[in-house]
Design a protein around this ligand. Sequence first.
Ligand code: UTP
Length: 408
Amino acid sequence: MNYDQALSKLTAAGQEHVMQYYGALNEEQKESLLTQIENTDFSVLGSLEQKDGAGKRGKITPLAAMQLPQIREKEQEFRQIGIEAIRAGKVGAVLLAGGMGTRLGSDNPKGMYNIGLTKEVYIFQRLIENLFDVVREAGAWIPLYVMTSDKSHEATTRFLKEHGYFGYNSDYVTFFVQDMAPACDYEGRIYMEEKWKMATSPNGNGGWYSSMYKWGVAKKALEDGVEWLNVFAVDNVLQRIADPCFVGAVVANDCAVGAKVVRKCTPDEKVGVICLEDGRPSIVEYYDLTEELMDAKDKNGDPAYNFGVILNYLFRITDLEKIREKALPLHVVDKKIPYMDEEGNYCKPDKPNGYKFEQLVLDMIHELDSCLPYEVERKKEFAPIKNATGVDSVESARALCTENGIQL
Ligand code: UTP
């Protein structure tokens, strides 16, 4: 792309200021900026207009979860099915490690955070240890696909290599990189990170499968005979990954996707709730959950919307293929965006200063025909690290690990 083409693309998007330092750049910087402009999809900024209209939902009705007593009853059968699928190489795990972890506030990717107290225990290490439990039980390696972003790729790959993948077989570890989206101020003006670089942020965890496909990793997985992908967040240090019982339950119920869920601790807890929307599986974010839905009861008199998702899903790849090209909704998220100020200084804000644009994995659920919500015990499987202190923090996760006999 040449200067004129770049300028007209920016003008159409109302972002001419991106070129304001162009004359002062060296050749390499000019080239780099032109390439970034060429590769940027400015149409995401259009979602700012619908921002306040977002949240219009279809008709919400309950979707019953498979609860712990039902799971216990069939545990042996489910485990057997799950273990067989894992031994046959049909199950892969996808670690979503492309986020910025701004709430935690560490400069490194979140997985590199050390939660140890008496020794080093990194978040990545905890997750790999959990996956290892299943590898030992099944006697088979489980392919681990790791999604990074431009901002976390180098540090993540170097860190895992330096630590010998925490004992995992590196032949079974594959990385792929997600796309980025521009980040802007509250007026919709894209921030600059450098004079030759627009501020960008990872485009959300919803693009994981299309990125996996774009990188040729999904095709390879299919060729290797992988049929199911267990997608999980980097920050829940207690979750079971490629959990044979969960895999068996989803396979036995012939569902396109399974979602691990926990019983909510209060009706207004800030978790996405599993439900049906216009008859299809869906997740209602906590801010869309009306008082009426919070108080609704199911036919047994229990709260009808009582199970929250924990970002641990098992997807059937053939179903993912059907929805790969579908556009998911774009969420406009208020976040802290590092930027370059008028004087050319790099600033790291300590409170949100603008918008990022994200697609979310939870919106994929609504595209699929069937979903099995599968209850897990929250004290055993839900220790997310979002913040440094307080709720869902390093502190709370440490306490839960200790309660579960994990030495830190
Ligand atoms: P979060 O919603 O907690 O976002 O991600 P985050 O960016 O990590 O953290 P904050 O909000 O800035 O504090 C949930 C999961 O989705 C992954 C994260 O790495 C985490 O595993 N994720 C999020 C991506 O892989 N890519 C993204 O673009 C966003």
